[in-house]
Design a protein around this ligand. Sequence first.
Ligand SMILES: NC(=O)NCCC[C@H](N)C(=O)O
Length: 322
Amino acid sequence: MEPAAGVARLGSDNKNRCLMKLDFLTHGERGLAGLRLQRCHVSSETDRLTDVLLCQPTFLEPVPCCSVTQESLRDGFATSVPQALVQHRALQAALERAGVRCHFLEPDPAMPDMCFTRDALVTTPWGLFALNPAAGHRQAEAVHALKALRGIGAPLAACVQRGTAEGGDIAIVKPGLVIIGCSGERTNEDGAESVAEVFRGQGWDVIVYRFDQHFLHLDTQFAMVGDGLALACTDVLSDAFLADLARFGIETIAVSYKEARSLGCNMLSLGDRRLLASEDNDRVIAELRTRGYQVETLALDQFTRCGGGVHCLTMPLARVAA
Ligand SMILES: NC(=O)NCCC[C@H](N)C(=O)O
């Protein structure tokens, strides 16, 4: 069967099953506002970011589906949508100042966590990979995002065939190496294996890292910030995983458990040693600056108190090697 227009070829039967399920996406759906996507591929989380997917937090709610949000609610936290919108606009402005094109999904009242665009799908070197969020209130997000992205010309490369998988659990470390987090709750064993198959099929090395569901996603404990450099909650990550990182030549900056709870690992690399981070992580940010990284900080407490920082709020659509 020939792939539908705009669908990348990955040479797997799985892909054809995926296409049949999502066939409707190629026909007449409303796209994102305006901008056509020139390219859609990510081979490394630290290449220069050119295009990103965002969704304004118009309907943000503190859904008690992760331990950070539960703690915030216990402390009496309530979201303020006007404040969240201001913070999100500042994130957009920082991205645009850095030369990144921002593409926006339409917010939907049925999707209170849609502003965390990271989780519904991931961009691979071959195009979009449609995921299957586990959290009940997030399950519609993948189809919602795909409809819009297909409308601006993004190719669909693959989709999860079995189990559940969320984008915060997938780190495209460098060409040829992906790490998949598996807590059993958000990304489960079948979902992790389904994602791993696609990368292995392209000759990539895959590390599957299993952790306790308290930590929600891999990107609350681990994120690449530069070539061969990661922020890592070494208090929590297993010795075997840390040894795997060393084996693949990845150095880590240690982030404490408390820093990770306030999304201290959850930074976004813009490439060229530039980073966006939420404020209130002074020690980690100072360490990065000492190493020559340019770190711009943003007030994002409306989101961090709901369990997600800059990394979770952004889904890179295209990065180019510097
Ligand atoms: N990648 C991420 O860690 N995303 C944060 C998602 C937070 C949201 N409240 C959730 O529990 O799904």
